[in-house]
Ligand binder design. Structure first.
Ligand SMILES: [Zn+2]
Length: 230
């Protein structure tokens, strides 16, 4: 049985927003040597350049640290320092770490979408952490003035406070809209409906990640003058 992923639920104005679920109730359905599988989870499993979430699981009479979260064929494993019995548990995500990942990931959508639109350079890789992130473009031969322009375009999109929309769309429609922006070939052909992220006019791309609600939240200049620190 595949794990129900709570942050993947459709964004329909519900509170909390699916990507902002920090705590949830679930049931342990399988135990491994150092992990459990739950019927549903809000923990992000490592993938797509975004690290796994950490946090805790608690149950009647005990608590465990969630050390690592992995995914295989739709089944999400929570690797723990001790195992709960089969039955109900309560999950709590380390929100500082996850929220930093959401800010970098949403920023990456902005950057990737703008660089695609301006330079027709495709994003071929990315890796983010809680304190920094990297994006790989192909072809990439940016001059200093190009980098200045990219930074200015990104800052304009942040100041415009674009809504980040998440919705389902037919694969043929997505294919016709994005051209070579994203490697649709990597998604199994059997999947006909895709989860699409639209960041104002800056980006439109299929994605299974965790996202902010608005681009204005990517930047915290007012408080600390930096990226992703609060
Ligand atoms: Zn995304």
């Amino acid at each position: 049985m595949t794990t129900r992923v709570l942050y993947m639920e459709d964004r329909q104005g519900q509170e909390p927003d699916p990507c902002y679920v920090r705590e949830f109730d679930a049931t342990v359905v399988e135990q491994g040597p150092d992990f459990v599988v739950l019927d549903q989870t809000a923990f992000y499993a490592e993938g797509g350049g975004q690290p796994y979430d950490t946090g805790a699981l608690s149950w009647s009479g005990g608590e465990a640290k969630v050390l690592r979260v992995t995914k295989e064929k739709g089944v999400i494993r929570h690797h723990l320092d001790r195992l709960p019995p089969v039955g109900p548990v309560h999950g709590i995500i380390d929100w500082d770490r996850r929220y930093a990942h959401m800010r970098y990931h949403t920023s990456q959508h902005l950057l990737s979408g703008l660089v695609w639109r301006i330079y027709a350079a495709r994003t071929v890789g990315n890796q983010l952490y809680a304190d920094r992130a990297r994006v790989d473009f192909q072809p990439a031969s940016f001059m200093p003035e190009d980098l200045t322009r990219i930074e200015a375009e990104c800052n304009r999109a942040i100041e415009a406070a674009h809504e980040v929309r998440i919705f389902q769309e037919d694969r043929v429609v997505v294919d016709s809209k994005i051209g070579d922006r994203s490697l649709l070939d990597l998604i199994p052909a059997s999947i006909r409906r895709l989860r699409v992220i639209q960041v104002g006019t800056a980006d439109y791309c299929p994605c299974g990640g965790t996202h902010l609600k608005n681009t204005s939240r990517t930047y915290c200049a007012a408080r600390h003058g930096g990226w992703g620190c609060c």
